[in-house]
Design a protein around this ligand. Structure first.
Ligand SMILES: [Zn+2]
Length: 451
C-alpha cells in the first residue's frame, strides 16, 4: 500500500512553523516564542475559529473555538508550540531551525515534540471545515508555550477560564507509537515525586589522617542509607510504599506480552548489559506499571584530579520516585522521609528537601471515549489493532490540570516514533505520521461525536 503523503501546502505550513526558534526556557527567545504564538493564532483565525492570544506571566496561551452548539460533545485538543533548546548544535546534521526533508522525514527541533503533532490536528480541522463547513463537535484548541518548562502558567489559566474551557474530554498527541504503523493509545502515565537529602557530619572538611576512624564519614553513611531503599532483589524496602499500588490487571499483562517489545529491546536501547528490576515483572511491566525509587545524582567530598585525603563535612543525593495509579505523591513523601529518618544514624544530621511532584494517571481504555479513540486509530491506520499501553514518564498537566481542574479524562494519541529523537539532536517527524495525524483528527472528532 502506498504510504499516505501530506499535500504540499500542509508541508509548507509545517516548515514555516518549525522555523520559529520558540525555545521557552531561553529569555533571549521571548520574541520568537511570541511570534510563533501569533503564527499559530493567525492560522486558527483564518480557518474561521474564534481565536485569542492570552498573555500570561510567561509565554502566551492560544485558544480557538468553533461556534459551539448545545447538544454536541465538546472536545479540547491540547498541544504546545514551544520547544526544547537545540544544544548541542554541533551534533545536528542541519540547522535545527531550518527544517530539512529527506526520505519522507522532516528533521528540525520541535518536529515531533510537539509542532508536527499539534499542527496535524490544526490542519485536520482546517480540511474538515473547508470540505464540510462544520465540525461534528464543539471544539476548543488550547495551545501553550511553556510545556517544555513545566507549564507554570497553565494551571492558573485553567482555573481562570474553567467555564469557557468546559469540555467532555481532552485529546493530546504528544506521546509515542510503539512502532511504525502501529496505532497506539496511551491510557496511563506514571506520577513523580522528587526529594533531595543532605547528610552533614563534621562542620567542616577534616584531615582524614587526624580525624579518620573517630568521626562518621557522611559519604559512607549516605551510601548505607541509599542501600536501605531496596532489598537485595530489587523491591523497594520503604514501609508502606506498595500499600496503595493498584496491581496490573490480567488483560494488561496479556496484551503487553503480545506487543513487539521484549526485554532484549530495552537492553538494545539502553546499552545495559543485563535486565534488572523488581522480581516477577517484565521490563515493560516494570517501566509502565510499577513504581520506582531512583537515585538521580550523588555528590560529596573531593572530585577533582588526583587525590585529596579529606573526610568531608557533607554528602547529598537526589532521588525521584515514579509512581503508579493508587499512589499519592504527598503520602509517598512522608513514607520516604520517615524511612530515611529511621535508618539515618545519629552520627550525622539529615536534611530532607521535598521537590516537585505529579500524580499518576490511568483510565480504562475500553470505557467511554477510550473506545472512540481506539476506533479512530483503527480507521486511521488501515484497520490495524491499536496497542494499548501505559508510559513510564509523567505529564503532570493531565492530572493536575485537566483531571483536577477541568474534571475530565485525557486521550493520549501519540504520533512520535521510537526514533523521533525528541529533546535530542536531529529530532525528526515522519511525513507519513504528519498525514496520519490529519486523518486521525477527522476520525477522532467523528467517533467522539457518535460515542
Ligand atoms: Zn518535550
Amino acid at each position: 500500500m502506498p504510504l499516505p503523503i501530506p499535500d504540499p501546502s500542509s508541508v509548507e505550513a509545517l516548515l514555516a512553523f518549525l522555523r520559529f526558534p520558540s525555545v521557552s526556557t531561553d529569555p533571549a527567545r521571548k520574541k520568537d516564542v511570541a511570534a510563533c504564538a501569533d503564527w499559530v493564532a493567525d492560522r486558527l483565525k483564518n480557518m474561521g475559529l474564534v481565536t485569542t492570544v492570552h498573555p500570561t506571566l510567561g509565554h502566551p496561551v492560544v485558544t480557538a473555538r468553533n461556534h459551539h452548539q448545545p447538544g454536541r460533545r465538546t472536545v479540547l485538543i491540547y498541544g504546545h508550540y514551544d520547544v526544547q533548546p537545540a544544544d548541542p548544535l554541533e551534533l545536528w546534521h542541519h540547522d535545527p531551525f531550518e527544517p530539512h526533508i529527506e526520505n519522507g522525514i522532516v528533521t528540525a527541533r520541535g518536529a515531533t515534540d510537539n509542532k508536527g503533532q499539534i499542527l496535524s490536528h490544526i490542519l485536520g480541522v482546517e480540511k474538515t471545515l473547508a470540505e464540510k463547513g462544520d465540525l461534528p463537535v464543539n471544539l476548543i484548541f488550547l495551545i501553550e508555550g511553556e510545556e517544555e518548562i513545566g507549564s507554570p502558567s497553565l494551571p492558573e489559566f485553567l482555573r481562570q477560564h474553567r467555564e469557557s474551557l468546559k469540555c467532555d474530554v481532552v485529546a493530546i498527541s504528544d506521546t509515542g507509537m510503539i512502532g511504525r504503523g502501529v496505532p497506539t493509545l496511551t491510557y496511563g502515565l506514571r506520577g513523580i515525586s522528587c526529594i533531595e537529602i543532605t547528610l552533614t557530619g563534621p562542620d567542616k572538611d577534616l584531615h582524614s589522617g587526624i580525624y579518620g576512624g573517630a568521626v562518621a564519614n557522611p559519604i559512607t553513611e549516605l551510601a548505607r542509607l541509599i542501600a536501605t531503599l531496596h532489598d537485595s532483589e530489587g523491591r523497594i524496602a520503604i514501609a508502606g510504599f506498595y500499600d496503595e499500588v493498584k496491581p496490573l490487571q490480567d488483560w494488561e499483562r496479556k496484551a503487553w506480552s503480545k506487543l513487539p517489545l521484549k526485554d532484549s529491546h530495552l537492553l538494545d536501547l539502553s546499552g545495559s548489559p543485563l535486565p534488572h528490576g523488581e522480581p516477577g515483572y517484565t521490563g515493560i511491566e516494570r517501566t509502565w506499571g510499577r513504581p520506582t525509587a531512583e537515585l538521580n545524582g550523588i555528590t560529596g567530598g573531593y572530585q577533582g584530579e588526583g587525590s585529596k585525603t579529606v573526610l568531608p563535612s557533607k554528602a547529598s543525593a537526589k532521588f525521584s520516585f515514579r509512581l503508579v495509579p493508587g499512589q499519592n505523591p504527598e503520602k509517598i513523601h512522608h513514607l520516604v522521609e520517615a524511612h530515611l529518618r529511621k535508618h539515618c544514624p545519629p552520627t550525622v544530621h539529615l536534611k530532607v528537601d521535598i521537590g516537585h511532584s505529579g500524580a499518576p494517571y490511568a483510565v480504562d481504555p475500553h470505557a467511554g471515549f477510550g473506545k472512540a479513540a481506539q476506533n479512530a486509530l483503527r480507521k486511521t491506520f488501515d484497520g490495524a489493532e491499536p496497542a494499548l499501553i501505559r508510559e513510564g514518564g509523567s505529564i503532570p498537566i493531565v492530572t493536575d490540570g485537566f483531571r483536577d481542574i477541568l474534571g475530565v479524562d485525557t486521550l493520549l494519541l501519540g504520533l512520535a516514533l521510537p526514533d523521533s529523537r525528541c529533546h535530542s539532536p536531529n529530532e525528526n517527524f515522519s511525513l507519513e505520521n504528519f498525514a496520519a495525524g490529519m486523518v486521525l483528527n477527522r476520525h477522532l472528532l467523528e467517533e467522539i461525536a457518535a460515542a
